[in-house]
Write a protein that binds this ligand. Structure first.
Ligand SMILES: CCCCCCCCCCCCCCCC(=O)SCCNC(=O)CCNC(=O)[C@H](O)C(C)(C)COP(=O)(O)OP(=O)(O)OC[C@H]1O[C@@H](n2cnc3c(N)ncnc32)[C@H](O)[C@@H]1OP(=O)(O)O
Length: 219
């Protein structure tokens, strides 16, 4: 298990009430093949590049060279752009963070109706200042794994109404941390979710959030 629990039924079939077009898609196409066998490596290489960019101080000549190289890469990808529902990024359940390049990499250790446990590692490019993680990146992971806990709890798509993070101690970079998220209670479409982030026994942050289960076809 890496980006999401594979044993869960993510492939909810489309119905007339919950169509594929318009609103939030009812159907998540879980994939392990899109982007090919080395897609995870591609994402990892991009993350490493961002780590380097965050800390490098290039000469103007090197910046010119890298800009030209990046333009070539971007032109290559331009020939293969698809919509969000058909990209590997976000749907590859076999990869950390479902292969989603925008998320800090996490691996789901356990996930179901009772909650989600994941190992998350903030990269060097997630630096906030003074060697530790930016609080916004911590909140992003709480949002994604809180949303996953809500989704698994109600077997339906939910959106964040609010999310409050308490930063209890510094969150280190390049260190395997444990995040737990779970639905504390449910009132109809309202799912009250809680979460914690630990470095070993030390609590780095905790959160409380409200997710609203979307109605069929709701955006
Ligand atoms: C392929 C692989 C598969 C894999 C696996 C997938 C795994 C999956 C993981 C992904 C996980 C991603 C998780 C990211 C999730 C986002 O980041 S979503 C993006 C951020 N959120 C947004 O953009 C939401 C913007 N807001 C909205 O769209 C709407 O306001 C909402 C939240 C949907 C609610 O609107 P609504 O449905 O019309 O509901 P509404 O009637 O206003 O409110 C319903 C109830 O909630 C209450 N409520 C609403 N908002 C609030 C609030 N802010 N505070 C308090 N109460 C509130 C209302 O008072 C009402 O209460 P009751 O009167 O029923 O008691």
């Amino acid at each position: 298990m890496k980006g999401a629990p594979i044993d869960q039924k993510w492939n909810v079939p489309a119905t007339e009430e919950s169509p594929l077009e318009g609103g939030f898609r009812a159907e998540f196409e879980v994939t392990t093949e899109r982007g090919g066998p080395r897609y995870g490596e591609l994402i990892e290489e991009v993350r490493t590049f961002m780590d380097k960019v965050r800390y490098a101080s290039p000469t103007p000549e090197l910046a010119d060279e890298i800009i030209d190289d990046l333009k070539l890469f971007n032109a290559k990808l331009d020939t293969l752009l698809v919509d969000e529902w058909h990209t590997p990024s976000g749907t590859r359940v076999d990869l950390p963070s479902r292969g989603n390049i925008t998320l800090p990499p996490y691996e789901v250790i356990d996930g179901g109706e009772d909650g989600v446990t994941a190992s998350v590692e903030f990269r060097r490019f997630h630096l906030g200042g003074n060697g530790v993680a930016h609080g916004g990146h911590v909140a992003v992971v709480f949002d994604d794994l809180g949303g996953m806990a809500a989704t698994l709890h109600v077997h339906g798509i939910a959106r964040t109404a609010y999310l409050t993070v308490n930063y209890r101690s510094l969150t280190p970079l390049e260190t395997p941390l444990t995040m737990r998220t779970w639905a504390e209670r449910r009132e109809g479409r309202k799912i009250f979710v809680k979460g914690t982030l630990h470095d070993g026994d030390r609590l780095c942050a905790d959160m409380e959030a409200l997710f609203i289960q979307l109605r069929p076809g709701q955006a």
